[in-house]
Design a protein around this ligand. Structure first.
Ligand code: DX5
Ligand code: ZN
Length: 221
């Protein structure tokens, strides 16, 4: 069985109590904190930046996974590294120089990854597999929490799983958007190993109840 990881997205957390929220969700069994950065330019919403990443950093020891939905990306990457990010991913359409941006992330000591929107073609992977620690597939269009999982993503997950296996490299395959207890096993069967869930976890009162139920589903894969 792959090493499955559950990554709650703070987008659906209570921002007035963010430190407590991330502590609680890690105590409930979260493996990673997923940190959604939106700029009201690349996506039609505005969220949080490096200051907030730095503010939550002392509250948890698990990796912080910064999902950049911003354009351009290079200026802000070192700021997130300094703010304690462990993983930084960006959308290839948002960088003029994908290879350089990936290298910049690794040079800052972080794991690097590319994010694919539902309609973004996978050819961006062709020449950078050796520079990737993680590939993130969006199963909704980015910008908002609480949207429905787009079923076509399952085929894309399977295609990327084949590419990773053929490469022989240790690359995480993360899926983001509309993941719930009801569909997490399906995403795992398609080949994902890391699961972002915002509203499914932070939208419920019992974080541990949801995460335990998700793990039970994953154990059945
Ligand atoms: C969407 C974000 C997601 C979002 C997921 O643009 O990248 O991480 O928080 O939220 P849910 O799990 O509610 O779809
Ligand atoms: Zn995200």
């Amino acid at each position: 069985m792959p090493n499955y990881r559950i990554a709650p997205s703070i987008l659906s957390a209570d921002f007035a109590r963010l430190g407590e929220e991330v502590r609680n969700v890690v105590a409930a069994g979260a493996d990673i904190i997923h940190f959604d950065v939106m700029d009201n330019h690349y996506v039609p919403n505005l969220t949080v930046g490096p200051l907030v990443c730095q503010a939550i950093r002392p509250h948890v020891e698990v990796p912080i996974d910064v999902h950049l939905m911003v354009k351009p990306v290079d200026r802000i990457i070192p700021d997130f590294a300094k703010a304690g990010a462990n993983i930084i991913t960006f959308h290839p359409e948002a960088s003029e120089h994908i290879d350089r941006s990936l290298q910049l992330i690794r040079d800052q000591g972080c794991k690097a990854g590319l994010v694919f929107n539902p309609a973004t073609p996978l050819h961006y992977l062709d020449h950078v597999m050796d520079k990737l620690d993680i590939i993130l597939l969006m199963s909704v269009n980015p910008g908002f929490g609480g949207q429905s999982f787009i079923p076509h993503t399952l085929k894309k997950i399977a295609a990327v799983r084949r590419m990773i296996d053929e490469s022989g490299r240790n690359i995480m395959l993360e899926v983001d958007g509309g993941i719930k207890t009801e569909n997490i096993a399906e995403a795992a069967r398609a080949g994902a190993d890391t699961f972002v869930a915002g509203s499914a976890i932070f939208g419920k009162p019992d974080y541990k109840g949801v995460i335990d139920a998700m793990r039970k589903e994953l154990a059945s894969v």
